[in-house]
Design a protein around this ligand. Structure first.
Ligand code: NAD
Length: 262
């Protein structure tokens, strides 16, 4: 049997970091060797898995990190930049889900792909990855069918439509060789007039504790296809990231996608 993947979690005290630690505790495929939090964080220096073998402690300093196979990052732009420095200096693969990255860091990440294996995703659910693949195929096969994308999330969500709904729109538009910027219709109110052929409509639902739902409706004459994904637990993102980390371990340098993992 191959040895466990030597892993670091960047952003280990955060919501995603804690979800990852919860899964890693019971997964023999990985060995967690480093857990990075923000300097000055309450967790810094505390035991990661309190108990008889509490050797691993949260840290903030990449210069102290041991040799690693993969860094899994769900943190923030500044923390991601520090992890990227470590990965480049040590030839370590990087899985990252951090969002809100500026163009300078985007460019650095792109450049890094020439030297190390990098896998990025705005949504680490493997189910959404498959939904995107199915939508791409259906949108290309029926270019004249009307396409509407409906998403639903809990009431605390700040942005709309969700990044995932937009990514679905981009994927469908690319499959039809059209530009989402001109095809998208984000709101209908009053008398918006007839639906424009080739447009892609978005609708948004907000309420309660909905983790995340995405529905793509392809509507033809006398029939329609409904492709739906419902996330019922945030751990899907952590599970997808760990599957990605296992897959990325030992890959050559390059920009990899979750779709490659499928
Ligand atoms: P969070 O705020 O709960 O956690 C952030 C973590 O980053 C904390 O551990 C914090 O200590 C650490 N951190 C912050 N600044 C740091 C620094 N300068 N150096 C080192 N560590 C630092 O956030 P979260 O909900 O876990 O999300 C983290 C990121 O992941 C966000 O960008 C979020 O949008 C993204 N996210 C992506 C997906 C996906 O599927 N791609 C899913 C959920 C969240």
């Amino acid at each position: 049997m191959s040895r466990p993947v030597r892993l670091a979690i960047n952003g280990a005290s955060g919501r995603m970091g804690q979800a990852l630690l919860g899964l890693l505790k019971e997964d023999p495929a990985f060995r967690l060797d480093y857990a990075v939090v923000a300097p000055g964080s309450e967790s810094d220096g505390a035991s990661v898995f309190p108990g008889p073998s509490d050797a691993l402690r949260y840290a903030h300093d990449w210069s102290q990190a041991p040799a690693l196979d993969v860094v899994v990052d769900f943190s923030g732009p500044e923390a991601l930049a520090a992890a990227l420095d470590y990965c480049l200096a040590n030839g370590t693969a990087l899985v990252t889900g951090t969002t809100g990255i500026d163009s300078a860091l985007e460019a650095r990440l792109e450049g890094a792909c020439e030297h190390i294996a990098v896998l990025r995703a705005a949504n680490f659910s493997l189910g959404v990855t498959m939904l995107t693949r199915l939508l791409r195929e259906a949108a290309a096969a029926f270019p004249a069918w009307d396409l509407e994308i409906v998403e639903a999330h809990h009431g605390h969500k700040q942005d709309a439509p969700s990044g995932t709904a937009l990514a679905l729109g981009h994927a469908a538009a690319a499959a039809r060789n059209i530009d989402l910027a001109t095809a998208a219709v984000y709101s209908r109110e009053g008398r918006p007039g007839e639906r424009v052929d080739g447009s892609i409509g978005f609708a948004v639902v907000r309420g309660g504790d909905i983790v995340g739902e995405h529905h793509a409706l392809l509507i033809g004459k006398g029939e329609r296809i409904e492709l739906s994904h419902r996330a019922t637990d945030r751990s899907v993102f952590a599970r997808g990231a760990l599957q990605a980390a296992q897959w990325l371990h030992g890959r050559s340098a390059g920009s990899w996608q979750l779709d490659d993992v499928l």
